[in-house]
Design a binder for this molecule. Structure first.
Ligand code: ZN
Length: 138
C-alpha cells in the first residue's frame, strides 16, 4: 500500500499539433475542417497530434483517504477524483496543464486532468494541492 507521504513519479502528456502535409490536405481556416475529407492521416481539423511526456513528482492522495489525514488540514472538493500535492516549483507546470486543455496525466493506468491548484497553508506556500478529475484523452 502506498504511504501518504510517498512521492510518486507521474507521467504528464503534452500534445503538439502540426498541420497535415498530405497532398491536398491541411487545415482549412474558413471551415475549421480538413481540406481533404478522406485523408486518413490527420484529425477532423487537418492536424496531426504528437505527444510528448514529462515526469511530475507529487504525493498522490485518493480523496476518500484524505479526510483521515489530520496533517493535511484541508477539505477536498467532492468533485475531485484524485488529489496531488506538489512542490511550489511544479506549480507553473500544473497551471500550464490546466490551460492546455488536451494535456493530461496518468496515475496507476488511469488518466486525469487537473482542475484547480490551491496553496496549502496561509503563509508563502511551499506546497500546492491539485484537484484532478478523470479524463479520456482525445
Ligand atoms: Zn490530412
Amino acid at each position: 500500500m502506498r504511504g501518504l507521504q510517498a512521492r510518486d513519479r507521474i507521467v504528464m502528456y503534452w500534445p503538439t499539433e502540426t498541420e497535415c502535409t498530405q497532398p491536398g490536405c491541411g487545415h482549412d481556416s474558413v471551415t475549421n475542417a480538413k481540406k481533404k475529407i478522406d485523408c486518413t492521416v490527420c484529425d477532423d481539423r487537418g492536424y496531426i497530434t504528437t505527444w510528448s511526456t514529462q515526469l511530475l513528482t507529487a504525493r498522490v492522495v485518493r480523496p476518500e483517504t484524505l479526510s483521515y489525514n489530520i496533517k493535511v488540514g484541508t477539505i477536498v472538493a467532492e468533485t475531485a477524483d484524485l488529489v496531488l500535492f506538489v512542490d511550489r516549483f511544479e506549480k507553473d507546470t500544473i497551471s500550464r496543464m490546466v490551460v492546455e486543455e488536451r494535456s493530461y496525466l496518468e496515475v496507476d493506468g488511469i488518466t486525469y486532468r487537473p482542475t484547480t491548484t490551491n496553496p496549502i497553508g496561509v503563509t508563502g506556500s511551499d506546497e500546492f494541492r491539485i484537484d484532478c478529475t478523470t479524463y479520456s484523452p482525445r
